[in-house]
Design a protein around this ligand. Structure first.
Ligand SMILES: Nc1nc2c(c(=O)[nH]1)N[C@H]1C(S)=C(S)[C@@H](COP(=O)(O)O)O[C@H]1N2
Ligand SMILES: [Mo]
Length: 315
């Protein structure tokens, strides 16, 4: 169940200990800032100072950020879809602490002039980290406003010099049966795909944090995709391989139910899911439903990518 995060509770008091230990290791290894003062006031004890979640920074602001009210940290980090850790919304927060997110590498390969493997620390330094406050819409009918921290996917792809023949990008996520579900809920590993122009779009983010802090495991640590004009399932978590291809990649949800989840998955209030309407959504924390916006409100930035396409056929 969702509970509002009271303003006097620090993330350090509601985050499982394993996450703290993981975050401390991340901090130490990455040489990131630990700004105790940024937690908002004096900390009550030395112990609290030691277990404070590491801040990412300094962060640039983004012109793409929405000024809408942010979904509370507690909801963003306890109401999750990450099926590798269970299918209940509360499962990822309970189980994803087992995931070891360092060391971590991301292989960028396929139709590229300079394919290579990036260490996560190296990847974090490719571009200045930005805060991007994005609306996110899940295909299930709920939405959130999340202050991500990340860098444009384009700044990583440019490093490997995509060949002229590259038209799509495939994302492969970790599947480690030692810590993740072995149940055949989806065809593991979870994969996703974008057209190359969607992948290169400035809104498309590789997120490494949220609320100014290192990404909690349940949100896809250490690195996940964020594509705000598409349904949430496009935003693959805990990515290990990014592959440039000339063919449209298979995607986990399309393989599971191809009539329900198409390759494009653009948020589109005019195209219903076969089993429910997509015309409205419930913003987490609100009771009255809101109308869902075309491209999740990002039409001005992305509609041109789909000019001339039948968005009912390419759903
Ligand atoms: N690897 C992986 N990535 C995933 C999923 C998943 O089950 N496994 N779920 C997707 C879905 S359906 C949604 S709505 C978003 C949720 O992201 P959040 O929990 O950070 O809000 O993650 C997406 N990425
Ligand atoms: Mo979703």
């Amino acid at each position: 169940m969702l509970i509002q995060r009271p303003s006097d509770i620090l993330p350090s008091e509601i985050t499982p200990r394993t996450l703290f230990e993981e975050r401390r290791r991340f901090l130490r290894d990455a040489g990131l800032l630990l700004a105790a003062g940024a937690l908002g006031g004096a900390l009550p004890s030395a112990e609290a100072a030691v277990t404070a979640a590491p801040k990412l920074g300094p962060l640039g602001a983004s012109p793409f950020s929405t000024s809408e009210e942010k979904t509370p940290y507690k909801a963003v980090t306890t109401y999750n879809n990450y099926y590798e850790f269970g299918t209940d919304k509360s499962d990822p927060a309970e189980n994803a602490g087992r995931l070891i997110t360092r060391p971590w590498t991301v292989r960028v390969e396929g139709l590229a002039g300079k394919p290579r493997t990036f260490d996560i620390d190296e990847l974090l330094r490719l571009a200045p980290l930005e805060e991007r406050i994005y609306r996110m819409r899940c295909v299930e009918g709920w939405s959130m406003v999340i202050p991500w921290v990340g860098l444009p996917l384009a700044s990583l792809l440019k490093q490997v010099e995509p060949l002229g023949s590259a038209r799509y990008v495939e994302f492969v996520t970790l599947h480690d049966p030692k810590v993740m579900s072995r149940l055949p809920v989806l065809d593991w590993p979870y994969t996703e795909g974008l057209r190359l122009d969607e992948a290169m779009h400035p809104l498309t983010l590789l997120a490494v944090g949220l609320y100014g802090e290192v990404l909690p495991n349940q949100n896809g640590a250490p690195i996940r995709l964020v594509v705000p004009w598409k349904y949430g399932f496009k935003s693959a978590k805990s990515i290990v391989t990014i592959r440039l291809t000339d063919k449209q990649p298979a995607t986990a949800w399309n393989k599971a139910a191809k009539h329900e989840y198409g390759f494009y998955s653009n948020v589109n209030p005019q195209v219903d899911h076969p089993r429910w309407s997509q015309a409205t959504e419930r913003r987490i924390g609100e009771f009255r439903k809101r109308p869902t916006l075309m491209f999740n409100g990002y039409a001005e930035q992305v509609a041109s990518l789909y000019q001339g396409m039948d968005l009912r056929a390419n759903f």
